[in-house]
Design a protein around this ligand. Structure first.
Ligand code: UDP
Length: 487
């Protein structure tokens, strides 16, 4: 077979994540999946974000994977952001998000120059980069959307949009059923995202995203068929959209280095964490992490420390900067000393998948970002769900009501951002949730065994004959046969 045979030529894909860790991390894993199948993978990012990818890209190049990085200058100064402010994690307010997105939108032309220069065969771009569909169309190549979340969310939003079952409801406590879905999904009006109810500063962008998704080639999803099969069928058959479930993409990270250096360099030595976990009994440690963006206010943090002190289980707690990050010491005096042996506190960045995969981890208190939720599912652990904003409330519903592998804590009110200045969960509620999840009650044991089963299904999905692997193979075959529309 000649190398010019279209079915055997090397494909080239662009992978363009939004500059936020929850988007960049899974996009890198996806780029690596393509590269592992012989595709040349080019990651598009900005100067201050390149280091997130560079070590992992270098390690993969040593394994002969064709992964490289293309840098676009980020127009921070032009829009009035401080120089070097290039990641969602650098932003402190909603106003800054709008300014940040303005700068992100200015990347369309530089992207098109790269498309012109390199003529890739396809592009996978973050959903927020809605203009990428138009850019791809100019070069007659497929644009895939990456939301970074599941299909369940898309289906619930579709039904909310079409049926508006919340209309006429005024009480925050009254529940309604979201119609036509594979399961009976109940919500309250306060869980429904604001853009369904009122005009917000994001209304126009939400519409642009929807339009660009409909015109795109399809959606790549970090989940696996068995996890949300009813919703995957609904998405394809009722909503008429194309999606390839190719996850869990975190399983691309097989060795300790890849797990330890995923995203950011962790702020704790991986051997220290592993030794600490090795000293604990199986299923005895609660892992607590609120993702890469959320920040707690100090009053809520104090409630958390009181709960952790009072409850009996060991824990690893990843503590990020708080909303009042100017305060240097936000933990009560001597808290860390008092917790020595029982609790390990990691500041800023933990090697999350390395920790979750350890046999001593028996539960995960998560903010329900989709990556974290799926990483918890993959590790086979039950969860305490503590959503803070955006799609996280939907992920909580999926875990607690559909999968039935978790119990609730945290807010039941949809927020656009993590700017909550109130205490959503009191110390007693946190303590009770931990004791219930980590304890030996019937409900906890049932959740534990369901979680374990799902973890096994997740791993099978990426094996040779697994559902995700099979969908990925058929996607690659389709891309190899893709013919540009006649001009
Ligand atoms: N993460 C990590 N260490 C941390 C915090 C987060 O490795 O200390 C990773 C986590 O494994 C996940 C991602 O960062 O892959 C966070 O994405 P998620 O969707 O859970 O939440 P977001 O940060 O977008 O709110």
């Amino acid at each position: 077979m000649s190398s010019k045979d279209p079915q055997h030529r090397q494909l080239h894909g662009f992978f363009f994540p939004l500059m936020a860790y929850g988007h960049m991390i899974p996009m890198f894993d996806i780029a690596r999946m393509f590269a592992a199948r012989g595709v040349k993978a080019t990651i598009i990012t900005t100067p201050a974000n390149a280091s997130t990818f560079s070590n992992a890209a270098e390690r993969n190049r040593l394994l002969n994977l064709d992964i490289n990085i293309q840098i676009l200058q980020f127009p921070a100064k032009e829009v009035g952001l401080p120089e070097g402010c290039e990641n969602l994690d650098d932003l402190d307010s909603l106003d800054m998000i709008h300014t940040f997105l303005k700068a992100v939108n200015m990347l369309q032309q530089p992207l098109e120059r790269l498309l012109e220069d390199y003529q890739p065969d396809f592009i996978v771009a973050d959903f927020t980069l809605h203009w990428a569909t138009e850019s791809a169309a100019k070069f007659d190549i497929p644009r895939f959307v990456f939301h970074g979340t599941n299909i369940f969310w898309q289906c619930v939003e579709h039904s909310l949009n079409c049926n508006k079952p919340f209309e006429g409801i005024t009480s925050d406590t009254e529940t309604f059923v979201v119609p036509d879905l594979p399961d009976k999904i109940e919500m309250t009006i306060s869980q429904v995202p604001d853009p369904f109810k009122v005009e917000t500063s994001f209304t126009e962008m939400v519409q642009q995203i929807k339009d660009s998704e409909i015109k795109s080639y399809g959606v790549l999803v970090n989940s696996f068929y068995e996890l949300e099969s009813g919703y995957a069928d609904y998405y394809r058959n009722i909503m008429g959209r194309r999606a390839w479930q190719i996850g869990p993409v975190s399983l691309q990270n097989k060795n300790t280095i890849d797990k330890a250096q995923r995203g950011k360099q962790s702020t704790i030595d991986q051997h220290y964490v592993l030794n600490w976990l090795d000293s604990k009994e199986p299923n005895s440690v609660l892992y607590i992490c609120f993702g890469s963006t959320s920040r707690m206010n100090n009053a809520q943090l104090l409630e958390m420390t009181m709960a952790l002190e009072d409850q009996e289980f060991s824990f690893v707690w990843v503590l990020r900067k708080t909303q009042n990050s100017e305060e240097k010491s936000f933990l009560p005096e001597c808290f860390e000393e008092k917790m020595e042996g029982k609790g390990l506190i990691i500041r800023e960045w933990a090697p999350q998948v390395l920790i979750l995969d350890h046999p001593s981890i028996g539960g995960f208190l998560t903010h329900c970002g989709w990556n974290s939720t799926l990483e918890g599912v993959t590790a086979g652990v039950p969860m305490i769900t503590w959503p803070m904003f955006a799609d996280q409330l939907y992920n909580e519903i999926l875990v607690t009501k559909v999968l039935k592998t978790g119990i609730r804590a945290g807010t039941q009110k949809w927020n656009l951002w993590f700017e909550t200045d109130y205490v959503s969960t009191k110390n007693d509620e946190i303590k009770n949730a931990i004791n219930q999840l980590m304890g030996d009650g019937k409900e906890a044991n049932e959740m534990r065994s369901k979680a374990r089963e799902l973890g096994e299904l997740a791993r099978k999905a990426v094996e040779e004959d697994g559902s995700s692997n099979t969908e990925f193979t058929s996607l690659l075959e389709e891309l190899r046969l893709y013919k540009k529309p006649p001009t």
